[in-house]
Design a protein around this ligand. Structure first.
Ligand SMILES: Nc1ncnc2c1ncn2[C@@H]1O[C@H](COP(=O)(O)OP(=O)(O)O)[C@@H](O)[C@H]1O
Ligand SMILES: [Mg+2]
Length: 585
């Protein structure tokens, strides 16, 4: 599966109608409220449409007949109609405002949950900043459309349709002439829409790009300062900021092209009414009252049309944003849980069977690799940097699936385990320890259901029993030591200690350490090795390390390079392979 959002699958390009259909589920729960809001809008339109008819009647009977009492009564009625109009339009705004916010809330939840369900490959290929922008900015554009535009959109169309009917029924020829500019307008709008949407998509994309740039420089600020690259990043930021500026200006121009054109059409319509209407009056086919009413209906037709111009842009913006949100929502995890295929357990905890693996757009990292790990033994993976050790370990924990071949955990295809089962069986200490804002305690217990409810004293007891109390002493305030965002308050070595405690306390069947002690002093490392040795005898350990004594203590050494994972036999042979390999390259 292609996870690169910047290279969308052309076959899956969402059309307007398909996008609208996909948007529908967001609205289903709001159906009642939307119907209520639409009713308010319809009542509002009917009220607005009845006023000109009453005015025309008042002019032709009361004013022409000098009946001022009648004029007063009619004015009163028209005032009440306008007041009701105000009430209905306020109701509509309130109802739809709520709908917009709830859609926003649900949509953000949906995207966030989707992101949580996606595999590592997705995050390898997309920049966090762009994803954040999709969650924050794009969903808000959709919210604006729902809260401000959707019902007005229908309201205006309804108002226009009503006005058009009145215009045509009052005088069909004059009516048709008045509406002619609108038909031209419809044609222009439909022609320009794809361009407007494209401009809005470019604008949303560049906003995502800017967000990525900010995120990257914030993540790497230490390197930026250490290497004095501030100017370079400033320049890069200026670049994306400029790009965003022009894209936003482009979208602004596109969104506003409609407004003057619609204004012109509206003026043309009124001009036609006046010129043609006066000609009709002078030939005795029309009355002044009707002309006033007619002008009013022309206004009732063209004013909403002018508003539609703005609404149409808002619709195009929302569609562009919806594309970006939808791209995430249709992503599927390419690591599905398959039906269990019970294979005879030959005593091995983990087995690779003809495993091939490559990252998207990379060369093969593993080629037809087969080996198996026996319960309770300790294995060392050695090999040159970039040789594929981390990749092999990642496949053991199913961070990725093999391109072809199988990985068996306890004799069963690893793909048939639920994520919970798998996480319970496997403890993985990543090469780059990941910390969360919070205390050492919270970081140690991350994802550990068994110990989560333990009090501090109880937990310290467990830690002592596992032999980890000396490790905990490396932290000033023990379990209560605070880690700031991204764990800057502790050293890299300390982070590795936390990751170590986190994995060991889960009591996994298979413990994988990926250069987990690379930043730890020799004495503490010795301590960790003792702790590993004292784990239950059934625990299988896979250790990726460079220090000789660590490798030496393993039951078996695997050499990982050039797509192969092979048994090295002895320590000496492994070193020979490593030296030979280094000389070769
Ligand atoms: N996320 C990734 N995307 C593409 N290629 C990768 C990725 N991670 C590692 N690689 C490539 O896979 C190869 C093996 O990397 P890795 O398993 O991390 O090596 P080691 O842990 O032995 O140093 C390297 O050539 C590296 O460039
Ligand atoms: Mg590595």
């Amino acid at each position: 599966m292609n996870y690169d959002l910047n290279k969308p699958d052309p076959a899956k390009k969402p059309s307007i109608w398909r996008a609208m259909k996909k948007m529908w589920p967001l609205l289903v729960e709001e159906k009642k409220i939307i119907i209520l809001a639409l009713l308010a809008v319809i009542v509002n339109s009917v009220l607005n449409l009845s006023a000109p008819r009453l005015i025309a009647h008042a002019v032709d009977t009361f004013i022409v007949g000098h009946d001022y009492h009648g004029v007063l009564v009619y004015s009163g009625i028209i005032l009440i109609i306008y007041l009701f109009g105000l009430l209905t339009s306020y109701t509509q705004i309130r109802l739809m405002g709520g709908v917009g916010q709830r859609v926003l809330y649900r949509l953000r939840n949906q995207i966030f949950n989707k992101l949580q369900s996606l595999p590592i490959a997705f995050f390898n290929q997309n920049r966090a900043g762009d994803l954040i922008s999709r969650i924050n900015n794009d969903t808000d554009k959709i919210n604006q459309f729902f809260s401000q535009s959707l019902v007005q959109f229908f309201g205006n169309i309804f108002l226009m349709a009503g006005a058009a009917i009145f215009l045509l029924s009052l005088n069909i020829r004059l009516g048709a002439a008045t509406l002619a500019p609108a038909v031209l307008l419809l044609f222009i709008t439909l022609t320009l829409s794809p361009w407007v949407k494209r401009k809005n998509l470019a604008s949303a994309r560049s906003l995502g790009g800017m967000s990525s740039e900010i995120q990257e420089s914030l993540n790497n600020f230490k390197v930026i300062i250490a290497f004095n690259r501030r100017d370079y990043f400033k320049k890069r930021f200026q670049g994306v900021n400029n790009e965003n500026y022009s894209a936003a200006v482009g979208a602004g121009i596109a969104n506003n092209t409609f407004t003057p054109i619609y204004g012109l059409a509206s003026n043309l319509g009124q001009l036609i009414v006046l010129a043609y209407g006066i000609a009709l009056i002078s030939s005795g086919q029309f009355t002044i009252g009707l002309l006033i009413g007619f002008l009013s209906y022309a206004n009732n037709f063209y004013n909403p049309l002018r508003q539609l111009a703005a609404l149409w842009s808002s619709f195009q913006t929302a569609l562009a944003s919806w594309d970006r949100v939808h791209e995430i929502l249709v992503m599927e995890n390419n690591l599905p849980i398959i039906a269990s295929s019970a294979v005879g357990n030959n005593g091995s905890v983990l087995e690779f069977k003809n495993v091939d693996f490559k990252y998207p757009d990379s060369k093969d990292v593993l080629r037809s690799v087969s080996f198996n790990l026996q319960k309770g033994k300790t294995y060392a993976l050695v090999g040159p940097t970039g040789g594929g050790k981390t990749t092999t370990a990642s496949l053991m924990a199913r961070l990725y699936d093999p391109t072809t071949g199988e990985v068996l955990l306890d004799g069963r295809d690893i793909r048939s385990y639920s994520p919970e089962e798998r996480a319970r069986k496997i403890g993985f200490i990543l090469q780059e320890p990941v910390m969360f804002t919070g205390t050492v305690r919270e970081n140690i217990l991350y994802g550990n259901e068994r110990l989560a409810a333990y009090g501090d004293e109880q937990l310290e007891g467990v830690i002592r029993k596992a032999g980890l109390e000396k490790v905990l002493e490396r932290f000033d305030q023990g379990l209560a030591t605070k880690l700031t965002a991204s764990g800057d308050a502790v050293s890299l070595g300390q982070k590795q200690l936390i990751a170590f405690m986190r994995a060991v306390l889960r009591d996994p069947e298979l413990l994988i350490l990926d250069e987990a002690t690379a930043n730890i002093d020799t004495v503490t490392e010795q301590l960790l090795e003792d702790i590993l040795r004292n784990l239950p005898p059934s625990t299988t350990k896979v250790i990726i390390a460079h220090r000789l004594n660590t490798i030496q203590n393993a039951d078996e050494i695997f050499f990982v390079n050039s797509g192969e994972v092979v048994r090295a036999g002895s320590m000496d042979h492994a070193m020979e392979m490593l030296l030979h390999d280094n000389r070769k390259s």
